[in-house]
Design a binder for this molecule. Structure first.
Ligand SMILES: [Zn+2]
Length: 121
């Protein structure tokens, strides 16, 4: 059961990625932050600070009920699905308007996690 976070706890989650979405890295207003459970509660994730990350609305929506690796696999498959399903995308690739840059997904929290000495742009 998800409990309501105190204001201090919400601020603690927000600070984890210094005002960025933990997944895509976009700048995040405090009020717009959604608290994501890395391992969702319904598959046994803990409703604890160690399992919480700040997320933008879009990432929280698309991650949905997936865990971190599930979300990574979902994202890594996007270009394949576009090539399969979207004539516009295939056309854009054919004309060099869009280029496939790879399917490796590194989340923002994985890049910033150890690099706390790095200054924020
Ligand atoms: Zn995001």
């Amino acid at each position: 059961m998800r409990r309501k976070l105190s204001k201090a706890e919400r601020q603690q989650v927000y600070k984890k990625c210094a005002g960025h979405c933990a997944y895509c890295g976009c700048g995040l207003e405090y009020k717009a932050m959604q608290v994501d459970h890395m391992k969702p509660l319904h598959i046994g994730g803990l409703d604890a600070m160690s399992n919480m990350l700040p997320a933008c609305r879009s990432c929280n929506h698309y991650k949905g009920t997936l865990d971190v690796e599930g979300y990574r696999r979902y994202l890594a498959g996007i270009s394949h699905r576009l090539m399969r399903d979207s004539i516009q995308f295939r056309t854009a690739v054919r004309f060099g308007l869009v280029r496939h840059m790879g399917d490796d997904v590194t989340f923002y929290f994985e890049r910033c996690g150890e690099g706390e000495q790095e200054s924020e742009g």
